[in-house]
Every structure is written in structure tokens, then in C-alpha cells.
Write a protein that binds this ligand. Structure first.
Ligand code: ARG
Length: 566
């Protein structure tokens, strides 16, 4: 509400100048670094510059005007070129806390989304290949963005665009027919299929003709050969089972699993349209679309007639526009596909549709271990499911050491381990590469998910079986810096969520939650929360309860479970 107050002051002053001088001035309202100067400060240089009047006159005029407004302000001073305001902290704090307690888990709900439709394309692992760390990032970022957008009043539609089509399936089928064994595959599908894939590539070095066989096999699939389609369907099912284990563990859901294969019969239409619009050009037997000097052409059809990744994405985006009527479509995919999505947008634009500017690539960086790309290829396949399990078992050991008599230790360890992985990722700005360290992420202190869960649990245990009455608080306490600092953070939850949604960046919320938890723990070290004095106790409980409400809701928005005990 400090935020709201700042906005109110900004808007009122701007209309004041508009009315009085018919001038548009953008007023800056900030919080001075030095709190002894005031809680809110307005630098007046811009006003002087715009109106060309003496500073003292403008200062006096603005102070008079602000005094005439009914604001929760105790005092207004002008110092040099600034107007400094001292907020009525008691009044303001009480209204902030009351609102938070009343709204509970709906605190921070926003309607900036205004019911607009956002389609999200995330996770999208490649069938018959290992679920990579990149796909895990896409899953966690996409899931959190979905929850954040919903909180901001958007309607969402979540799609897992499975990589279940393409030449790699031709390779798979050739390899399976030559060297595969059904029983072995059923025992450990992804591993066996990955081995077959690796073997295919080894053998190709000796016999390059295998590549042709694979292309031919994929062609057969595209022409709906029943035997090949059945094999493909079987591989798809078996390997999707493995991805679903990960989704269950993370509690991630989708509204659709329509992957690339779904668009097999929907490509002709777009390709025809490209043709009719005169965009398709023959190039060495292949069909391409030139996209301009700043990017390479899009390869739409290979010389053997086989379809391509971008052709399927183009068919998909038109289908989605028609079916889901999106106002925005987000593709949560790694940095390495930047060109692909630029090409996709340009294709839509070249076809004459404006909605190309509703297409957004929500990019993210790599995971690094000791500065190197964490690879899931070839020999060093670290199964993601195993990484998650490792985090869970580390969490179990910590919980067991701390609280051996806890009930439901397994379930709690599961949620703590997952919190470690998810938060360890989402606290970083998504576009950057991140150095990842499981041991560090599972710790209950530092910048971790378990630290946030632990702070929440601490509050839950303080408040357990207690009641309090917010109308009987010691309001003067809010004048104290460690109280007011917390109130300010509490008041900033909504604008934090809105910022995260505008920037498509869960890290904004993650960082805010860390600041909130740190501020609460500082408070906790200074105050005995459950103290003798009833009014002080009520104030402390109200504050603690608000922090708990926000931690719970904030963690939920990141896709992390909050806990009552750990
Ligand atoms: N399956 C792709 C990959 O793993 C990601 C798909 C992203 N979504 C899309 N519509 N292209 O690289």
C-alpha cells in the first residue's frame, strides 16, 4: 500500500499540473535511501524544468496541494529540491495488515490480465530421448508462469508440445527393427531406446546408407504406414510414462498433450497458403521461404518431401490461434532456439497476419556444473528422475537429523527436496546460465526453497492454536523500523506479482520471498513474538500471520508446496 500511496500521489500531482498549467509532467515518487528524511520523496527538478518557474514557488505550491489531500501522511517538508513526506505508519500499517488477513490466499490477486487468453507451450520433451535438464527448466518456469498469470486474471491454456515426430523416429524404427528387443525395452524404456539411438549413430559411421533407410522409414510414417505407426505409438506411450513420473513428482499438469505428430495432417493447409501467397521458393529440390537479410530462410519441406520442425510449429500456431483464441502465446524454450522462434514470427508476419507480435519466446539459459554444460547425451546420462530423488533423499537426511520424531517424514522430504530443485532454478533470472549445486540448494539456510518453507513452518508453530485480534494492536509499534520494514514488504506483494507477470519472470517473486523471509527472521531475532503484553502480542501475531500468508501463496506461485511441519 506504500506502493499504492506512491501511485496515488503521482497521479494526483500529475493531474494537478495538467489542470493548472495544462502541462504533462511525469512525476517521480520514490523512497529516500535515508529514512530519516522521510518515507516518500518527490524530486522537483522535472517540474521546474517543465514549467520554468522558480523552485521555491513550485515547492510551496506542491506542499499546499498535498496538504489539502486526505492522505495517511503526518508531515510534509521541502528540503532543497525535494518534497519529503512522513507517512502515518500506524494508520497505513493497520490497513495493510487487515487487508492481507482478510484476503488470505487471495491477497495479491490482480486483474491486470483482464480475462485475456494466454497459451503456454512448455516442457515439450522429446519422446524416446532422455528428459533433459532443459526440459525440466521449461517445465518449472512454464508451470510457475501459468500460476502467476492466473493470479493476475489471465485465462491460461497449457500445452505439452511433445517432440513425438521427426526423422529421429525413422532412426529409432530402423534401429529397433535391426537390433531391438521388446522385452528389454519394456523393462527400462528410455534407457534402452537411447542405447538404440546411440547404436544407430555408431553404425551410421560404418554404413552411411542407414541415414537413407531412416529417412525412408520416417516418410513411411508420414504416409501413415500402419506397421510403422503402431511401432511409433508404442514407443511414444512407453516413453511418455517416464515423463509423467516427473510431472507427478512436481505436481505439474497440462491442458493438452498435443505434440508435433498431432500436426501431421495439418501442415498441408499452411504449406498451401505459403504457396498461394507466393512465398514458397524451390531451392535444390527443397522448399524454402526467404525471410529477409537479417535471418536465414526457413526450410519448409525437405527435398524428399519430409516435413520439418518449423513447418509443424507453423501449423501448430495457426491451429492454436483458431482453437484457443490466444491474445498471447508463450514458448518456454531454451536460448538455443532463439532463431527458430524469430523465424516463426517472421513467417506469420510474411503471411500477412498481425498476431506475429503475440508470439513470445520465453527463453532460458543452460545448467552448468563447474562452468560446463550439464549434458544428458551419450555416456554421462544423469537421469533427471534420479536428480530429483537425490535431492529428496538429502532432504530426508536433514529432516531426520533435525526432527527425528516427525510424522510423514517421507512425504515432507519429498516436498522439501523438490522445493530445493525448483527454487534453486527459479530464483535465477531465466535468461542466464546457472551453476547448479544440489547440496547447496537443499540447505535450510541461505537462498533456498527449504529456507522459505522452514520460515513458514516456524511461523506456523508460533501461531499454532493461538488467536489474536487485529483491532486491538499497539499501533505505535509500526513506527519502529523492523516493524515497518516488514509492513512495507507485505504491501509490495501485489506489485511484485504483477512485475513477475509482465516480465514473465518467476525470479522476481523468488527474490521478493527471500527478502520477506530474511526480514521476518531479523524481526524474530529482535522481538519475542508471543509476549506478555496483549496489544504487542496481537501486533506481532498479525504481522507473523501476514508473512505466513504470503510465503504460502508465493511458494504456490513458484510451484512449491508450503508445509506446516518439517
Ligand atoms: N521438443 C523441443 C525440444 O526439445 C521443444 C519444443 C518447444 N516448443 C515448440 N513449440 N517448438 O527441443
Amino acid at each position: 500500500m506504500i506502493e499504492q500511496l506512491k501511485n496515488e500521489i503521482k497521479n494526483k500531482l500529475e493531474s494537478f499540473y495538467k489542470e493548472k498549467y495544462n502541462t504533462d509532467i511525469s512525476i517521480i515518487v520514490e523512497e529516500p535511501k535515508n529514512a530519516s528524511l522521510g518515507d516518500i520523496s518527490i524530486p522537483m527538478f522535472t517540474v521546474v524544468k517543465a514549467l520554468r518557474k522558480p523552485m521555491p514557488q513550485l515547492l510551496a505550491e506542491a506542499v499546499d496541494y498535498l496538504n489539502s489531500l486526505q492522505l495517511p501522511i503526518l508531515q510534509i517538508n521541502s528540503v532543497q529540491a525535494f518534497i519529503n513526506l512522513f507517512v502515518d505508519k500506524s494508520q497505513l500499517s493497520l490497513s495493510i495488515l487487515s487487508k492481507c488477513l482478510e484476503d488470505d490466499s487471495h491477497y495479491g490477486d490482480s486483474n491486470i490480465g483482464n480475462g485475456l487468453n494466454v497459451t503456454l507451450d512448455y516442457s515439450s520433451p522429446n519422446i524416446a530421448k532422455t528428459f533433459s535438464i532443459g526440459h525440466l527448466r521449461s517445465t518449472m518456469i512454464g508451470n510457475s508462469l501459468k500460476l502467476i498469470l492466473q493470479k493476475c486474471g489471465y485465462k491460461t491454456f497449457a500445452i505439452n508440445y511433445l517432440g513425438d515426430w521427426g526423422t529421429q523416429f525413422g532412426k529409432m524404427i530402423v534401429a529397433y527393427k535391426k537390433w531391438g528387443n521388446k522385452e528389454e525395452i519394456l523393462k527400462d524404456p528410455i534407457n534402452e531406446l537411447t542405447q538404440l539411438y546411440v547404436k544407430f549413430h555408431e553404425e551410421t559411421e560404418k554404413d552411411p546408407n542407414l541415414e537413407n533407410e531412416a529417412r525412408e522409414a520416417f516418410r513411411k510414417m508420414e504416409l501413415k504406414d500402419p506397421e510403422y505407426l503402431q511401432l511409433w505409438q508404442w514407443i511414444r506411450n512407453e516413453s511418455l510414462k517416464e515423463s509423467k513420473q516427473i510431472y507427478d513428482l512436481l505436481d505439474v499438469t497440462f491442458d493438452s498433450y498435443n505434440g508435433e505428430a498431432f500436426y501431421n495432417d495439418k501442415m498441408d493447409e499452411v504449406v498451401n497458403e505459403l504457396q498461394q501467397k507466393g512465398l514458397l521458393v524451390l531451392d535444390n529440390g527443397a522448399e524454402i521461404v526467404n525471410l529477409g537479410d537479417d535471418m536465414p530462410p526457413a526450410l519448409i519441406k525437405r527435398s524428399d518431401g519430409g516435413s520439418l520442425y518449423i513447418t509443424r510449429d507453423l501449423a501448430a500456431v495457426f491451429y492454436r490461434k483458431k482453437e484457443y483464441k490466444f491474445d498471447k502465446i508463450l514458448y518456454v524454450v531454451g536460448n538455443e532456439q532463439k532463431l527458430h522462434f524469430n523465424q516463426l514470427k517472421r513467417l506469420i508476419q510474411k503471411m500477412g497476419y498481425d498476431f506475429y507480435n503475440q508470439v513470445e519466446h520465453i527463453n532460458f539459459g543452460l545448467y552448468l556444473t563447474n562452468g560446463k554444460k550439464a549434458s544428458t547425451r551419450k555416456g554421462n546420462v544423469t537421469k533427471l528422475y534420479d536428480i530429483l530423488q537425490t535431492a529428496i533423499s538429502l532432504a530426508y537426511d536433514l529432516i531426520n537429523a533435525k526432527n527425528p520424531n516427525l510424522k510423514n517424514k517421507e512425504e515432507i522430504a519429498k516436498n522439501v527436496g523438490i522445493a530445493a530443485i525448483v527454487f534453486g532454478d527459479l530464483k535465477n533470472y531465466r535468461g542466464l546460465d546457472i551453476e547448479f549445486n544440489i547440496e547447496q540448494s537443499v540447505k535450510f539456510e541461505g537462498q533456498t526453497g527449504p529456507y522459505l518453507q522452514y520460515t513458514g513452518v516456524r511461523i506456523a508453530s508460533i501461531l499454532k492454536d493461538k488467536t489474536f485480534d487485529i483491532s486491538n494492536c499497539d499501533n505505535k509499534l509500526f513506527e519502529k523500523p523492523h516493524y515497518f520494514e516488514l509492513v512495507k514488504l507485505i504491501s509490495g506483494f501485489k506489485s511484485t506479482i504483477e512485475k513477475a507477470s509482465e516480465e514473465y519472470s518467476p525470479s522476481v517473486i523468488a527474490k521478493y520471498l527471500l527478502a520477506l523471509a530474511q526480514s521476518f527472521n531479523r524481526f524474530y531475532s529482535l522481538e519475542k513474538i508471543n509476549c506478555e503484553d496483549e496489544q504487542i502480542r496481537n501486533t506481532n501475531f498479525a504481522l507473523a500471520k501476514c508473512v505466513r500468508i504470503i510465503l504460502n501463496e508465493g511458494l504456490r506461485l513458484l510451484g512449491i508446496k508450503y508445509l506446516d511441519e518439517m
